[in-house]
Design a protein around this ligand. Structure first.
Ligand SMILES: Cc1cc2nc3c(=O)[nH]c(=O)nc-3n(C[C@H](O)[C@H](O)[C@H](O)COP(=O)(O)OP(=O)(O)OC[C@H]3O[C@@H](n4cnc5c(N)ncnc54)[C@H](O)[C@@H]3O)c2cc1C
Ligand code: FES
Length: 268
């Protein structure tokens, strides 16, 4: 067995709040206290519908936050939950971002769309351990202002980290500091912390590929770039083989992989 029996059994958890943040995305706060690393995920289930892997979008505290984007049956059922409803959760699973191994380093965070959810957990961890990291610069990109996640927290984040936001399309206007263009253009334009920094990326595969290339052009070696990958999953335990990437299990060896160990397989 790769994991304890305990995390095989889903536990009932109450939905404390459900906030629709985007046209197809809902943020759920669950009455669940986890001792997890930022970047790990849960298997969340709705009785009679099914189960889906969902990244943990928070760190610390007595509750757990997830952001769910409606793409099919399970995610629609999760997004339809209201405060007081019961969900089932097993986990946390996966390795998460290497927060301990990057202690005393500068960090570059790049999140795209729904991929900003696990980055929120990283940011919360950094804010709680701010003195343990050097410069922290975050680039968050969305298709348009209606897709922005966690808007209520952005000003708080700006106090402690160097935060940049971009929208591919800003035609409808935007009432706070952001630029128009791909998030990868933003990474190209802005200074990133020099020698010894590490990057954490989460978002669509094409975004992570281009962002990695830009970071390497700026001098960051590929063994300092970490990507959070998504694959179809079932067990989450390294038993069913559905989540393989290049001979590794996304559920137990990932979902966070170092670029030099995964680069041939990003687009599989
Ligand atoms: C480690 C990990 C973390 C994740 N974190 C989040 C998260 O924080 N929030 C969130 O909303 N979703 C997240 N996902 C994706 C989520 O698990 C899937 O969207 C979900 O399983 C879809 O289930 P469904 O029954 O709603 O849709 P389905 O009916 O199963 O699928 C609907 C459509 O989405 C496609 N699809 C399903 N799963 C994936 C996938 N993993 N990658 C690409 N396309 C897929 C299907 O091919 C189909 O076209 C994560 C996935 C993984 C592996
Ligand atoms: S999901 Fe079953 S082995 Fe990874």
């Amino acid at each position: 067995m790769r994991t304890s029996e305990k995390v095989l059994i889903p536990i009932a958890t109450k939905v404390l709040s459900a906030v629709r943040e985007t046209p197809d995305g809902v943020t759920l706060t669950l009455d669940l206290r986890l001792g997890h690393s930022p970047g790990q995920f849960l298997q969340l289930s709705v009785v009679g519908i099914g189960e889906a892997p969902i990244s943990i979008a928070s760190w610390g505290g007595d509750t757990t936050t997830v952001h769910v984007r409606e793409v099919g049956n399970v995610t629609r059922a999760l997004a339809a939950c209201r405060a007081g409803d019961t969900l089932y959760a097993r986990g946390p699973y996966g390795n998460g971002f290497p927060m301990d191994a990057t202690w005393r380093q500068s960090l570059v965070l790049v999140g795209g769309g729904c991929g900003v959810a696990p980055v929120r957990g990283v940011i919360q961890y950094i804010l709680a351990h701010r003195g343990d990291y050097e410069d922290v610069v975050a680039f968050l990109g969305y298709r348009n202002p209606a897709e922005l996640l966690f808007q209520a927290e952005i000003e708080r984040w700006r106090r402690d980290i160097d935060l940049h936001i971009s929208f591919d399309n800003m035609d409808g206007g935007c009432d706070f500091a952001a630029t128009q263009g791909f998030v990868t253009d933003l990474v190209r334009q802005k200074e990133i912390p020099g020698g010894g920094s590490t990057a954490f990326l989460c978002g669509p595969p094409i975004m992570m590929t281009v962002a990695s290339r830009v970071l390497m052009e700026k001098g960051m070696p590929e063994d300092r770039i970490w990507l959070s990958m998504e694959r179809l999953m079932y067990c989450g335990l390294g038993e069913c083989c559905h989540c393989m990437i290049g001979g590794k299990y996304t559920c137990v060896d990932g979902p966070v992989f170092r670029l030099d160990t995964i680069k041939e397989h990003i687009h599989e």
